[in-house]
Design a protein around this ligand. Structure first.
Ligand SMILES: Nc1ncnc2c1ncn2[C@@H]1O[C@H](COP(=O)(O)OP(=O)(O)OP(=O)(O)O)[C@@H](O)[C@H]1O
Length: 276
């Protein structure tokens, strides 16, 4: 039920089981100004599941996460090679409209980053700018409800989003992403700036949201991965011939297997806290 980075080691049974995949990553590598930061990744992301990316600092988790909605395009010097199919289309095809892609593949960042606008406008602004034709009031309420924050904000929709607590701001940002009706949500350490109660609320929210969305989450918190993720990808670094560190996907399997009987020694050592 698991496989490691090398294509020759791919477990085809596992891959075939994931025929419902939303993304199929085929030999993706990422360079920053010519430096190979992430070695060829092969990975399938199953639909309506939560996939966690774990591994030590600098192993390329965020780099790969940003590939799924071409956020690396916005980093000067970043270059992505390989194929990354989103529902059978290579998103690195020059004909792909990356702005449209980012509507389908939304992102929630490490630090909550609400717009300096009202709670209502935080949700309404994006859809309205994109010509949303439906009832905006309903969309705002529905998005806030789905993000499990409606009851806390329904009486102060005109208040500034930035005046909410950190945990509420993060759920507001998730509501903002949901309002764009995405297919996939990318989350880059969404709880790292939150207290344990807010963290738990966001985790519970993710478990709710996976009924409708596919979620890919970078997390440093292994308990979090084991609590929420259906699948876990373990990344590590290796030293190249010039002494430079580069990231690689070491192992991908169900979370249950990753945390009970990982295939590789690297994953086993990381999970048992022996490094990282
Ligand atoms: N914008 C950038 N410009 C240049 N190099 C970058 C950039 N972002 C990341 N890198 C490099 O790419 C490699 C992978 O970084 P990345 O942030 O993806 O790792 P990570 O696993 O998410 O780390 P962390 O857990 O510390 O956030 C590192 O060597 C890093 O220095």
């Amino acid at each position: 039920m698991s496989y490691s980075n090398s294509r020759s080691q791919l477990d085809s049974a596992t891959l075939n089981q994931q025929d419902n995949s939303v993304f199929n990553v085929e030999g993706v590598k990422v360079f920053y100004s010519g430096f190979l930061a992430l070695l060829d990744v092969y990975l399938k992301i199953p639909e309506k599941q939560i996939v966690a990316f774990i591994g030590p600092s600098g192993c390329g988790k965020s780099t790969l996460l940003r590939c799924f909605n071409r956020m690396n395009d916005l980093i000067p010097g970043a270059k992505v090679e390989g194929r990354l199919n989103y529902r059978d289309r290579n998103i690195y095809d020059p004909k792909i409209n990356s702005v449209k892609l980012r509507r389908q593949v939304g992102m929630v960042f490490q630090r909550p980053n609400p717009f300096p606008k009202s709670i209502y406008e935080n949700i309404a602004f994006g859809p309205r700018s994109n010509g949303y034709k439906g009832n905006i009031d309903e969309l705002v309420e529905d998005s806030l409800r789905r993000a499990a924050i409606w009851d806390e904000v329904k009486d102060k929709l005109k208040a500034k989003g930035t005046a909410l607590s950190g945990g509420q701001q993060q759920r507001l940002c998730i509501a903002r992403a949901i309002a764009m009706k995405p297919d996939v949500l990318l989350m880059d350490e969404p709880c790292s700036a939150l207290d344990p109660i807010s963290t738990r609320q966001v985790e519970e929210l993710c478990l709710e949201l996976k009924q409708q969305y596919t979620i890919i989450m970078v997390t440093h918190n292994m308990q979090q991965a084991s609590r929420v993720a259906d699948w876990t990808a373990f990344f590590n670094t290796e030293i190249d011939q010039h002494g430079k560190r580069r990231g690689k996907l070491v192992e991908f399997s169900t979370t249950e297997k990753m945390f009970s009987s990982p295939e590789t020694r690297e994953a086993e050592e990381y999970i048992s806290g022996r490094f990282g």
